[in-house]
Design a protein around this ligand. Sequence first.
Ligand SMILES: NC(=O)c1ccc[n+]([C@@H]2O[C@H](COP(=O)([O-])OP(=O)(O)OC[C@H]3O[C@@H](n4cnc5c(N)ncnc54)[C@H](OP(=O)(O)O)[C@@H]3O)[C@@H](O)[C@H]2O)c1
Length: 338
Amino acid sequence: MNNNAKLRWGILGAARINQQLMPAIVAADNSELVAIASRRSGAAAETLARYAPQQENVRIYDQLEALLEDDSIQAIYLPLSNQEHGQWTLRAIERGKHVLCEKPLALTVADIEAIENAAEKHNVTVMEGFMYRYHPQHAKIKELIMSGLIGEVRSVRSCFSFMMQPARLYRLAENIENGGGAMWDIGCYAINAARLPWLDQTPLAVTAMAKYTDSGADISSSGIIDYGSGKFAQFDFSFERARRAEYEVIGTKGGLKCHNVWAKQDETPVLSWWTEGGQQCEEKLLPANHFRLEIEHFSDCVLNNRKPGISLQDSKDNCRIITAALQSAAQGHQIQID
Ligand SMILES: NC(=O)c1ccc[n+]([C@@H]2O[C@H](COP(=O)([O-])OP(=O)(O)OC[C@H]3O[C@@H](n4cnc5c(N)ncnc54)[C@H](OP(=O)(O)O)[C@@H]3O)[C@@H](O)[C@H]2O)c1
């Protein structure tokens, strides 16, 4: 094990989410920010000055390719627009870079398979950036479920929503095929959380409904994943509802709820559970920075040759449910999962 090494990161794109990830890379013990690139003149330097003003010697590139050609960079954090993720992840892999790509890793299962093959060929680590999975609150939930507290899990419900600010509505200008709309933005969280491995079975079918904008992007959607044997996972997400980021797991003896899946480092995570035996409990956990934990995890995987917590198989499975849900909502009937 290499305890002192730092993974050298380059950021591909001056996206807004750098507000969270850039300080996380700087703060992570096993990581070093080396460079950032943007295709817009001045945007990379502005992002650096805003989110990591104390950092010295960070290189600025005005071409994405130029950053990929920088041999001193080992890993790429990729927060480009959704429809660019697949192609730029592949380009980074071909340059021998490890890649942490924002969700969704790609818009089709075939694209993720291509990424998987390329990663294997070039011997690099690739992970989809579902940062929430690195918050310790989910490990606590797993511990409670494994203890038998709520019995055998029979149902999961996830719900993600917020009122989209008018300034951000450009996300809805793109149609779904180009990565626009609520599914690729927050629906992927709802499906990911609904798919957390509490229901120990393989999904059989998906049924979903959606409301669309004039440009063909979905703005609200709700659906059910059928796991068979009467076990269902429901997901629900919207850009035109008050903020919610939660999931609930119900078993044969009780249920539990994660109240803030997007809990930031200054927010106290709350879990609650109840049992048929009359137990009612609410527990406040210590705040944690899931962005930093995600970066530290990824760096550790690369530096110490470990498998990432979110596998490419998991990303393919998520994408398979997303695409089935999109198809079901568009066609108005249930879609079987291959
Ligand atoms: N994990 C999370 O909590 C979280 C939260 C929000 C978003 N995300 C994900 O992170 C990714 C980025 O989301 P975001 O909301 O941060 O994206 P964004 O600000 O819209 O930026 C995405 C890309 O678009 C380009 N861009 C940014 N502003 C632009 C402008 N004014 N005009 C033209 N191009 C512009 C940038 O590339 P150039 O710099 O090369 O121009 C940037 O990398 C998405 O995949 C999203 O799903 C994750």
